[in-house]
Design a protein around this ligand. Sequence first.
Ligand code: MLT
Length: 202
Amino acid sequence: MKHLFQKGGNPDNPTLLLLHGTGGTEQDLLPLARIIDDSANVLSVRGNVLENGMPRFFRRLAEGVFDEKDLVERTAELNKFLDEAAEQYEFNRKRIIAVGYSNGANIAASLLFHHEDSLLGASLHHPMVPRRGIVLPDLSNRHVFIAAGLNDPLCSPEESEELNTMLVQAGADVTLHWENRGHQLSGAEVDAARVWYGALYK
Ligand code: MLT
């Protein structure tokens, strides 16, 4: 997968996996990584799917309606890429924390839903429920931060609550952070993610 990697202060430091929103690139979330942990390794990946020229991490049939087969395949592809990247760049595969926005948050949530050991934690900015009707793996010892907008037209507060509940029922420790805004990624929620991360991983 197209990506960039930046080495952190120490090879055993956590690795932030950056996953952009629809139409983004691997450059988009680099400023967030610096705010959240400037000594972490950074692996920033570009989605392999194009929708009218816009990179994404999996196909959708309509806005908010996911192509489930593609979602499952692309999630496995990303998980395998993480294995390969950890070997190539010699970072600790067990210490990956995803930071995803919108479509990138959705595939990060899908990693947690489908691959038990894919992520140590995740900061999900404006995620949706990636899939329903499956049994989630045991997510105890996984920490998840969800930033949601009270007026998000793509992801309703009910859907954010639903995702929270699904993750908690699977054993994850979840912090649900609300912004009185829409789907945009705000400075305040990045700051809250930094505080959440700092208490757990620094
Ligand atoms: C998705 O397709 O993943 C969501 O609708 C968010 C987005 O617009 O990318």
